[in-house]
Design a protein around this ligand. Structure first.
Ligand code: UDP
Length: 308
């Protein structure tokens, strides 16, 4: 698994180990942390390798989950050239590895391939509305090119590829400083600060709890050769950022206020996955209600020591 020490990656490592797999976790720790996988190091079926996938990798594996890439706007814009390289050169390296060893390979793509969507909700047939030269392009276009590479390897070499488009996901082990809205709001509420709502807060997102997402990834990897995706994975429960702020303050208590800050460039106005394809192909749909998932996430931020 590339990006195995990241937020989603670490949960996926854990789940695969629980199922009896041997897991090779590859990570360069650019936007992840050893703390996420520290508890797995004593497991004899878990192996950690510090490696940057923009360089070739020679190992023997049966399945590759290619999750590596900074995924929050703050992290992926910090070194945008490296972000594109990770998606593009990293995918070329991992596809080359998959080809050599005959492994199945899954790409964690993103709802960002739809850009600021003009179709709502977004289904997989929509080609997107992406700015090719903006501040989010390193991530959006990097992932779009990664998808192209996966499908070209399929057409040229008939490889077993799987592409999933992950929508906003949240849960324990989000980085407190990665700038994403769920972690920002929870950290701010717990620290007694105002919640920073960008723009007027009417923009929408749909939030999926990490355990649901992991289940979708595992089901996708288990599909037959004919199933390539792309398949959306996310929770269609759409809400505005103002509504999310209210949910978080209700949960944490203390009557926090909202402070409006400027809307970042190219911030999508709305986002909601159409998950019909995931339901029909994988028999998958999210099960964890937002209030339950948020409560678990708040508890983790409060009790894990991550806030010092
Ligand atoms: N956002 C916000 N306050 C914050 C962080 C983010 O209002 O402190 C907004 C952001 O402008 C966007 C939404 O929340 O409209 C989701 O942002 P996030 O960075 O979590 O993910 P993405 O934009 O990639 O969906």
């Amino acid at each position: 698994m590339t990006g195995g020490a990241g937020f989603i990656g670490s949960h996926l490592c854990e789940r695969l180990l629980d199922e009896g797999a041997e897991v090779l976790c590859v990570d360069n720790f650019y936007s992840s942390t050893r703390r996420n996988i520290h508890h797995l190091l004593s497991n004899p079926r878990f192996e950690l390798m510090r490696h940057d996938i923009t360089f070739p990798l020679y190992v023997e594996v049966d399945e590759i989950y290619n999750l590596a890439c900074p995924a929050s706007p703050v992290f992926y814009q910090r070194d945008p050239v490296q972000t594109t390289k990770t998606s593009v050169i990293g995918s070329i390296n991992m596809l080359g590895l998959a080809k050599r060893v005959g492994a199945k390979i899954l790409l964690s793509s993103t709802s960002e391939v739809y850009g600021d969507p003009t179709v709502h909700p977004q289904d997989e047939s929509y080609w997107g509305n992406v700015n090719p030269i903006g501040v989010r392009s390193c991530y959006d276009e990097g992932k779009r090119c990664a998808e192209t590479l996966f499908f070209d390897y399929r057409r040229q070499h008939d490889m077993p590829i799987k592409v999933v488009r992950i929508f906003n996901t949240y849960g324990p082990r989000m980085q407190p400083d990665d700038g994403r809205v769920v972690s920002n709001f929870i950290v701010q509420a717990l620290q007694g600060r105002d919640l920073t709502v960008y723009g007027d807060g009417t923009q929408t997102r749909s939030f999926c709890y990490v355990d649901d997402l992991v289940e979708g990834l595992i089901r996708m990897m288990a599909t037959e050769h004919e199933v390539t995706g792309p398949i959306n994975l996310g929770n269609p429960n759409e809400m505005s950022m103002l509504e999310l702020a209210t949910r978080v303050t209700d949960l944490v208590g203390g009557g926090r206020k909202v402070r409006h800050e400027p809307l970042p460039a190219d911030d999508p106005k709305q986002r909601q996955p159409d998950i019909t394809r995931a339901v029909e192909t994988l028999g998958w749909e999210p099960k964890v209600h937002l209030d339950v998932g948020l409560a678990r996430t708040v508890e983790w931020f409060r009790d894990s020591g991550v806030l010092g």
